[in-house]
Write a protein that binds this ligand. Structure first.
Ligand SMILES: Nc1ncnc2c1ncn2[C@@H]1O[C@H](COP(=O)(O)OP(=O)(O)OP(=O)(O)O)[C@@H](O)[C@H]1O
Length: 694
């Protein structure tokens, strides 16, 4: 027969409660300043062992169930923030905890939450006792998983995850009233607070805000105010973040009671993990995509997390790079994806290696992706806090990691700001290849002409990026007027920058960009197609399509740009002759990154092209030539179809005019009718007939 395990005195809730009270350290004192011996002896004055200054979980007044869960998850020694926060939080005090990214803040709030409910003998049906709020769904899921480890053996502490997306709200509503602990995003929590009658928060014991500064900022202001209005003031509140708020108004909203401010790394000389190497490279906006591409290509065995500022940019760069096949698995994570997809990407990236994940700032905070080698910030972060959280996805829990920030020359002020905030960022060698063509934009342009979805995504990426810059608060760093927008559009494979209405003018109309575009086209044509020829003509037609003609050795090259911004190029041969391609000449400057993330011009270095590479390059170029011809046919077909469409529309307009005319003049036959062909007259008759039937 299975023996029932007796719960010893160290396991019982009463015993723990007495132990905590008897050995509670004075408010405001720092547990880190206390050194406990390895073998802690019972304090004769209290009859309990001191726990302030403990370095291992088993030295704390914790239940056997929690200790078992921690041991199974291989958590034995505490991190600094856990050593600092747990003695105060276990004693029931409000805590405002700040510690570097990846330093173990999650356990610093989950353990006191679970233990408090254990000591209160909380059960399902007693009402909701603990709420953990997280700013993003993925982070909420991660916290929920971590809670599962800590509370694994507390079978009475029922818990649930409330996040937007795929989960069934109706099903949640049926069950939410039975739960003791909820991990939630603000919006979904508020939904249930308003809509679910069985959700009773009257006896809430602990409220936790993870990434507290984010939840307290203006983005969640309305939700948080409404949530707080539904919760009792008598509760323990725990706030944690790597970049903590101390704003009096923020804290007043939360009705904190004598909170303990625990900033364990405030004395540290650097604000980011000591194991993190940080580089910044100044590269013009329109060279960023190419720089990123080359960076990825030279890091094919690494795990990379790449940040861009908008969903559409993430979608576009992911889509374009997927077509171009860098040779490493790619994925993307952004707020417009369905929750199921987001979950899949998140869990795949956790396991995948090598891998590249393109993401917006929804992945910037809290997510604990294992062993990310590089965090690359293609777009400048909106502020220093965002930078700290983004780079914090690597170099976690004392592991090594590297980060690379790409800044347009107009954004260099950011380096100063970062250094002022104790961020040791080193400037790497000049990265922008000067005055050279960007083959990549041509290749992307080729895909845009084949894939209308990708083209639309490129246009949206351009517009949303510009809008995000315009909306930035720090105008010293973000100045849309200084950005090379037409060139940026070109780097996305678009030949014409889409209209940006919110700038109050057509930022890159055909007229004002034709010169720079002409230069870009001339550059790209001379480098990639080996036509160092003269630009014969460059003209825009009334539809906004732009054409440029180049001539070299009897061959006509036509470059064109359709009104929607897509680019095409074609080559007409006057006489058939074998195509000779010199694989080595005319290639653009290549940017090579060494292990440290420094870059160097490949031409300045040793010869890297083996003969195999030359052959591969030759085939690639031949393939491109064939694709160009194919594209030319497609363009001609498109123009033909457009002509047909225009003619049809003109005819329909004519029919409508006659139709209106006839309704105004009664049965008198208008003169215009005489000019119609028999087929058109039949069409008109049918139209009138169908109307009279209605
Ligand atoms: N005591 C511990 N012993 C061993 N590993 C730990 C311990 N505490 C936390 N960890 C591990 O450290 C990693 C980072 O922890 P966590 O996600 O809590 O960091 P964080 O400080 O919340 O980071 P961020 O500021 O990015 O949100 C996790 O993988 C976690 O499992």
């Amino acid at each position: 027969m299975k023996k029932r395990r007796k719960s010893g005195p160290g396991n019982s809730s009463d015993f723990l409660e007495k132990w905590i009270r008897a050995e509670a350290l004075a408010p405001g004192s720092n547990p880190m300043a206390i050194k406990l011996p390895r073998q802690v002896l019972v304090n004769p004055a209290t009859g309990f062992k001191p726990y302030a200054g403990a370095s291992r979980f088993d030295q704390l007044p914790l239940s056997g169930k929690t200790l078992k869960g921690l041991k199974e998850a291989k958590y034995e020694s505490m991190t600094e923030i856990q050593r600092a926060a747990l003695p105060h939080a276990l004693a029931g005090r409000d805590v405002l905890g700040a510690a570097k990214t990846g330093s173990g803040k999650t356990l610093a709030f989950l353990i006191p939450l679970v233990e408090k409910l254990y000591r209160l003998r909380w059960r399902s049906g007693h009402g909701l006792a603990g709420i953990v709020i997280s700013p993003t769904r993925e982070l909420a899921e991660q916290i929920f998983l971590e809670l599962g480890k800590v509370a694994k053996h507390h079978r009475f502490l029922t818990r649930g995850l409330l996040i937007g997306g795929s989960h069934d709200v109706g099903l949640e509503s049926n069950r939410v009233g039975e739960l003791c602990i909820l991990v939630a995003t603000p919006g979904r929590l508020l939904h249930h607070l308003h809509q679910t009658a069985t959700l009773d928060c009257t006896y809430l014991q602990v409220l936790v805000l993870d990434e507290a500064d984010r939840i307290l900022d203006s983005g969640f202001a309305r939700e948080l105010t409404d949530i707080l209005a539904a919760l009792p003031n008598q509760r323990q509140t725990l706030l944690f973040s790597a970049t903590q708020t101390r704003s009096v108004s923020d804290l007043a909203r939360l009705s904190l009671r004598d909170p303990e401010y625990l900033a364990v790394h405030s004395e540290s000389a650097v604000a980011t993990p000591a194991t993190l190497q940080q580089k910044v490279v100044i590269v013009k906006l329109h060279r960023k995509i190419e720089t990123l591409w080359r960076f990825i290509k030279t890091r094919l065995s690494s795990k990379l997390l790449v940040f861009l500022s908008t969903c559409t940019q993430v979608k576009f760069v992911y889509g374009a790079f997927k077509h171009l096949r860098p040779g490493v698995p790619l994925s993307c994570l952004h707020g417009r994806q369905k929750q199921g997809k987001r979950d899949l990407v998140f869990s795949n990236f956790n396991q995948a290696r090598p891998s590249v994940l393109f993401a917006t700032d929804i992945a910037a905070r809290g997510l604990d992706f294992p062993a990310v080698d590089w965090v690359v910030q293609v777009d400048c972060p909106e502020d220093v806090e965002t930078y700290i959280h983004r780079v914090g996805r690597t170099a976690r829990n004392k592991l090594k990691g590297k980060s690379l920030l790409l800044l347009d020359p107009s954004e260099v002020k950011m380096i100063e700001l970062l250094r002022q905030h104790k961020i040791p960022i080193e400037e790497a060698a000049e990265a922008a290849p000067r005055g050279e063509s960007c083959d990549l934009s041509q290749q992307i342009g080729a895909w845009l002409s084949k894939d209308p979805g990708l083209k639309h995504s490129a246009q949206r990426a351009f517009v949303t990026y510009v809008r995000s810059v315009v909306l930035q608060r720090n105008k010293e760093v973000f100045n849309v007027g200084k950005l090379p927008l037409p060139e940026f559009a070109f780097s996305l494979g678009l030949a014409i920058a889409p209209r940006i209405r919110f700038l109050g003018k057509q930022a890159a109309s055909v007229k004002n960009e034709s010169q720079s575009l002409k230069n870009e086209l001339a550059k790209s044509s001379s480098s990639s197609s080996k036509v160092a020829g003269e630009v014969k003509s460059c003209a825009a037609d009334e539809d906004g399509d732009l054409f440029m003609r180049l001539k070299k050795r009897g061959r006509d090259f036509l470059f064109g740009v359709l009104e929607d911004g897509s680019l095409f190029s074609s080559c007409r041969h006057k006489k058939t002759k074998r195509l000779k391609i010199d694989a080595r000449s005319g290639t653009g400057q290549r940017l090579v990154f060494d292990e440290d993330g420094s870059s160097q011009d490949e031409r300045g270095g040793k010869e890297l092209w083996s003969s195999n590479a030359r052959i591969a390059e030759r085939y690639k170029r031949l393939q491109q030539e064939m694709k160009e011809r194919d594209r030319q046919d497609k363009v001609l077909e498109r123009l033909r179809l457009r002509d047909k469409r225009l003619k049809r529309k003109a005819r329909e307009r004519k029919l409508d005019l006659i139709d209106e005319d006839m309704s105004e003049q009664g049965d008198d036959k208008p003169e215009l009718l005489d000019s119609l062909s028999l087929a058109d007259q039949e069409a008109l008759a049918l139209k009138l007939l169908s109307r009279s039937n209605h």
